[in-house]
Design a protein around this ligand. Structure first.
Ligand code: PNS
Length: 161
């Protein structure tokens, strides 16, 4: 049986931090399902379909990575996908409490579901989608923080600003 993990998130936009977790995750798993939450966030830069396309572009068509969307509870989606491992990146101390609560809540909802954390690499520990969004929106340069296709999409989106 191939070992598959679920890598969920908002990915608005996907960053090099996310890509690094995907690449490193593929050293431990045969495949990953990158699961984009369908959340109607007010300050979203990209809609969910755009995020899916950006993620697909960022992984360069690697067949081991499937990009899907989900709504509602993560545990339900994991069950539907017949996956019992969730992969999450952990950046700094500030991430810990939220991630700890989420992992425990998910395990309460489904005791079979394990959450596996990977420490974000030192080059990426300060990158967050929120800061990338804000900096790009305000005309700052996010080169090196996001995959090239995401950089292009951000530049296009904020070209007139
Ligand atoms: O990239 P993010 O925004 O940190 O990802 C958060 C995400 C999508 C993993 C989380 O919000 C989630 O799983 N949402 C689905 C709803 C859910 O299952 N909530 C209960 C877990 S506390």
């Amino acid at each position: 049986m191939p070992r598959i993990a679920l890598y969920p998130g908002s990915f608005d936009p996907p960053t090099n931090g996310h890509l690094s977790i995907i690449q490193r995750g593929l050293k431990m798993f045969d495949g990953l399902i990158v699961a984009v939450l369908r959340n109607p966030a007010k300050d979203a830069v990209f809609n969910v379909d755009e995020r899916v396309e950006l993620l697909k572009g960022a992984v360069n068509g690697d067949a081991r990575v499937k990009v899907k969307t989900f709504e509602g509870l993560l545990v339900k989606f994991a069950q539907e996908q017949k996956v019992n491992t969730v992969l999450r990146g952990l950046r700094a101390v500030s991430d810990f409490e939220y991630e700890f609560q989420m992992a425990n809540m998910n395990r309460k909802l489904d005791p079979e579901l394990e959450t596996l954390f990977m420490m974000t690499g030192e080059d990426y520990f300060y990158i967050s989608s929120r800061f990338v969004r804000d900096v790009a929106r305000l005309g700052g340069d996010v080169t090196g923080l996001v995959p090239p296709n995401v950089l292009k999409a951000l530049q296009k989106r904020f070209a007139s600003k």
